[in-house]
Design a protein around this ligand. Structure first.
Ligand SMILES: Nc1ncnc2c1ncn2[C@@H]1O[C@H](COP(=O)(O)OP(=O)(O)OP(=O)(O)O)[C@@H](O)[C@H]1O
Ligand SMILES: [Mg+2]
Length: 328
């Protein structure tokens, strides 16, 4: 499979200057040197607990934030590539029509005063690809049906819809310009379990229908293992382990991945042990292993940052003392 999107050594920190910490010149080190690739047609799952930098990374990928370091390179389906750091305004339009982001919070990302039709077509209208009102309306009606809603609902407003339906609207908005790559940020986390599976099935259908490459962001491994081809696990702004979903389900080598896996509800006992650990503090610059403070296997060596290394052509790992596990 060819490479579709390359994220190269991305870092970003946010200043806390406007706030309480002004005089200390403090920062949040949200993403600390992250590199990975999305292959054309694959679904890549990015997992990790709250605050580890998943949304920030997604926003770097669509250039809602500009990276302090690193770059994003997009290889278009029809040839040629875009390098985000060098994009001119016109190219940014092109990039943003090809790479779409579905926001984490559908309630807040849909403007309550706008009709669904305006929401769906707002970005499209400003792009050179906008086909005019009549054809635009037709495409919006089709897209509503594609995501399992009614064409007549285009004239209603977000408040008329349930959480699951709003998420379908967000997805329709992302797909109306027929992108190549879709970034889904916790698109099911806020929904009831029964609705979750409906949305996941819809995404699987749409992925086939539109030949999409997908970056699927989630905070638990269960959904991701089922839904994704490969999984990258993030902790404190770093990827600590990456492997095909199937291999990850069999075996986890990083102590954090292992812990994350064990914290799914059916294994609550181990999860309870987790509670004893402090969450990480992102206002400290990262020096050693990001998981150092919580790791049961840490040694002095771990105070030096372990590199994310290819270990067998399929898995990458950033750990000096990986788990030795029997395959389950
Ligand atoms: N615009 C911002 N300004 C300042 N700090 C920010 C900003 N955006 C994110 N952060 C901080 O950066 C860190 C990473 O946040 P991010 O939202 O990327 O995490 P996440 O993995 O998406 O978490 P969640 O699972 O809760 O969505 C957090 O400490 C967060 O508070
Ligand atoms: Mg997030």
């Amino acid at each position: 499979m060819s490479t579709h999107l390359e994220l190269k050594d991305l870092s970003i920190r946010f200043s806390l200057e406007a706030g309480l910490f002004a005089k200390y010149g403090r920062f949040v080190y949200a993403v600390n040197g992250v590199s990975f690739e999305l292959k054309r047609g694959e679904t890549y799952g990015l997992v990790g607990e709250s605050g580890c930098g998943k949304t920030t990374l997604a926003r770097l990928a669509v250039q809602m934030y500009k990276a302090d370091e690193g770059d994003v390179i997009f290889h278009k389906n029809d040839g040629g590539s875009h390098r985000l750091s060098e994009l001119k305004k016109k190219e940014l339009f092109d990039y943003r029509s090809r790479v779409k982001y579905v926001f984490q919070d559908p309630a807040r990302s849909l403007n309550p005063r706008m009709t669904i039709y305006s929401i769906l077509t707002e970005g499209y209208r400003q792009s050179p690809a906008w086909p005019g009102e009549e054809q635009g309306r037709k495409e919006a009606e089709e897209m509503m049906q594609t995501v399992g809603l009614n064409a007549e609902d285009l004239d209603r407003r977000p408040a008329d819809f349930s959480g699951g339906q709003r998420q379908r609207i967000s997805i329709a908005r992302a797909l109306i310009m027929k992108p190549e790559l879709l970034i889904c940020d916790e698109v099911v986390s806020a929904l009831d379990v029964s609705i979750q599976s409906q949305i996941l099935n819809l995404l699987l259908e749409l992925k086939e229908k539109f030949n999409l490459t997908m970056l699927f962001i989630a905070h638990d491994l269960t959904v991701t293992t089922y839904f994704c081809d490969r999984i990258g696990v993030m902790y404190r702004g770093k990827i600590v382990e990456e492997a095909p979903a199937k291999l990850m389900a069999e075996k986890r080598l990083h102590p954090y991945t292992n812990l994350l896996y064990n914290s799914i509800p059916s294994r609550m006992n181990e999860a309870l042990e987790l509670e004893a650990y402090e969450p990480f503090d992102s206002t400290q610059p990262l020096e050693g292993c990001p998981f150092y403070h919580r790791c049961p296997r840490r040694e002095e060596k771990c105070l030096k940052l372990p590199e994310l290394q290819d270990i067998d052509g399929e898995r990458r790992l950033a750990c000096y003392f990986p788990m030795e596990q029997e395959e389950s």
